[in-house]
Ligand binder design. Structure first.
Ligand SMILES: C[S@@+](CC[C@H](N)C(=O)[O-])C[C@H]1O[C@@H](n2cnc3c(N)ncnc32)[C@H](O)[C@@H]1O
Length: 319
């Protein structure tokens, strides 16, 4: 699948599967050379990584990154015996520690969560399946969603749900969460989904009332927006001239970060606009390639999670 979109639909894929979103468009945009070096910063279950490997020759290289231990296990199987590929279990905001400057011919970010993460009740991402309220992509670090809800005030909870979930009933939901804590901590996805459903007036057809709240908590718990903000400048450093940066996002706030970053990197530094000769540091570092790309109707019909996907591409310019 994809990153969890704005509204995780009521249809979910079968366990363990992940249908890569915009697979062909992303792979074409990377303009893969058989002897190039590529980085898949969000390995997931290796849908995109497998496609990249399939286009590399013996001299090609792939570095795959993911912070999820189960992605690491999937990579061990996919890469078994393939000396061209290397998996690093890490946050992608640490990309510079794993990829040398000016060494990559293409870097892909396919943001959000994978279908197996959503499907496994024990990972605590889904309001559809009861399990511990965790939501961490890396369960070995950070604070779970349950701990965040237990340790935060009503106002902070409302702010997270309003901003990251774009939920208009955020204050009502936060109030209900704090009231529910009085009868014991909210430690399961089922309990949270019930508390939110009871707090939200009316029903949107085809969408569980807790969709936006779960999305907001997931983004918050995994610090997803800050991760992207930190990673993009490192990706530019890691690219060789001519190398491509491809970002697929599933949330308007993520897409805004990718769009603004690529636009700013593809402009001259305005502080130097009046100088007759631009210093190298003020020249654009990237060139935009095409416009935003969306999944077509056929892909959305096959994989409803593709409906909120937006792909943006830029190319590294020589320094
Ligand atoms: C949408 S899935 C990628 C799916 C993959 N393209 C495929 O075809 O299987 C996103 C993956 O990125 C990982 N991820 C998200 N944010 C991350 C971060 N900041 N650092 C490392 N991995 C991250 C998640 O754990 C998840 O496995």
């Amino acid at each position: 699948m994809t990153g969890a979109p704005n509204g995780v639909p009521l249809v979910e894929p079968r366990g363990g599967e992940h249908a890569p979103v915009l697979r062909n468009a992303a792979i074409d945009s990377l303009a893969i050379r058989a002897d190039g070096c590529y980085v898949d910063a969000t390995f997931g279950r290796g849908g995109h990584a497998g496609e990249i490997l399939g286009r590399l020759g013996d001299e090609g290289k792939l570095v795959a990154i993911d912070r999820d231990p189960e992605a690491a296990a999937a990579a061990a199987v996919l890469f078994s015996g393939d000396t061209r590929a290397r998996f690093v279990r890490s946050r992608f905001s640490e990309l510079a520690q794993h990829v040398a400057p000016a060494s990559a011919d293409g870097i892909l970010f396919d943001l959000g969560v994978s279908s197996p993460q959503l499907d496994e009740a024990r990972r605590g991402f889904s309001f559809m399946r009861d399990g511990p309220l965790d939501m961490r992509m890396d369960p070995d670090s950070g604070v779970s969603a349950a701990a965040f809800l237990a340790g935060s005030g009503e106002r902070e909870i409302a702010t997270v749900i309003a901003r990251l979930g774009e939920e208009r009933h955020a204050r009502r939901i936060a109030r209900a969460i704090v009231a529910a804590r009085a009868s014991g901590p909210i430690e399961t996805t089922g309990r949270l989904a019930g508390v939110v459903a009871a707090a939200v007036p009316g029903r949107e057809p085809g969408r569980h009332p807790a969709t936006r709240t779960f999305q907001a908590l997931r983004i918050h718990v995994n610090d997803e927006l800050a991760e992207l903000e930190r990673a993009l400048p490192q990706a530019v450093e890691a690219l060789r001239p001519g190398g491509r940066l491809v970002v697929i996002s599933f949330h308007s706030l993520e897409d805004r970060i990718a769009k603004r970053f690529m636009r700013a990197a593809s402009r001259e530094d305005p502080a130097f606009a009046d100088l007759p000769l631009l210093p190298a540091s003020a020249r654009p570092r990237m060139k935009l390639i095409g416009r935003a790309t969306f999944a077509d109707e056929t892909e959305v019909a096959r994989n409803p999670r593709a409906r909120s996907a937006v792909m943006r591409v830029a190319e590294r310019l020589p320094s």
